[in-house]
Design a protein. Structure first.
Length: 166
């Protein structure tokens, strides 16, 4: 049997709030499913302001309250090579998706067409994850609620596309 490695990248604007949260939540879910050697997870931002920085403290604290540790993550900017390498490139909001689509059009041999992460959600289907950066703590809780919901749907989609993953 061929060892399939599925690659998933979450993308937001700064890669310090929403996409590292998604990275951490999905990483936790994948580890609990025993699939951490089969599913590679990454996150990035469409912008370059925070490259090399750890997640926003408010995002890290909110995640830790749900037993998700994201302190090891460091911000990076999405590249054309990412679009060539990842099976899923999942945007947090419609603006991120528009930026990714522009990059996708300019990238030869891109692998997966970028899409909205919330396409995999049941409770928040096809919604944008609101940018929590300029808001209060409540915004970070909503980010986590939305991401937890869509993560289950994403894992189910992966299992459907790669039935021999386990
Ligand atoms: P993120 O949040 O895209 O969820 O990481 C933001 C982080 C930083 C900024 C905007 C959004 N910023 O303008 O610096």
């Amino acid at each position: 049997m061929t060892e399939a490695t599925v690659r998933v990248m979450f993308v937001c604007l700064g890669n310090i709030c929403r996409s590292p949260t998604a990275h951490g939540v999905f990483r936790h879910m994948v580890a609990e499913a025993g699939l951490d050697d089969r599913i590679e997870i990454a996150s990035s931002g469409t912008g370059d302001w925070h490259i090399g920085k750890p997640p926003d403290q408010r995002a890290a604290s909110a995640a830790l309250k749900r037993q998700i540790d994201i302190d090891d993550l460091r911000a990076q900017q999405v590249t054309a090579d990412d679009l060539r390498a990842f099976d899923y490139v999942l945007a947090m909001d419609a603006d991120n998706l528009a930026s990714l689509q522009t990059l996708y059009q300019a990238t030869a041999d891109a692998r997966a067409e970028p899409s909205l992460f919330m396409r995999y959600s049941t409770a928040y289907r096809d919604q944008s994850v609101p940018d929590p950066y300029f808001g209060g703590e409540q915004g970070f809780e909503r980010v986590l609620d939305m991401i937890e919901d869509a993560s289950s749907g994403l894992l189910a989609d992966i299992r459907q596309r790669w039935p021999d993953l386990d």
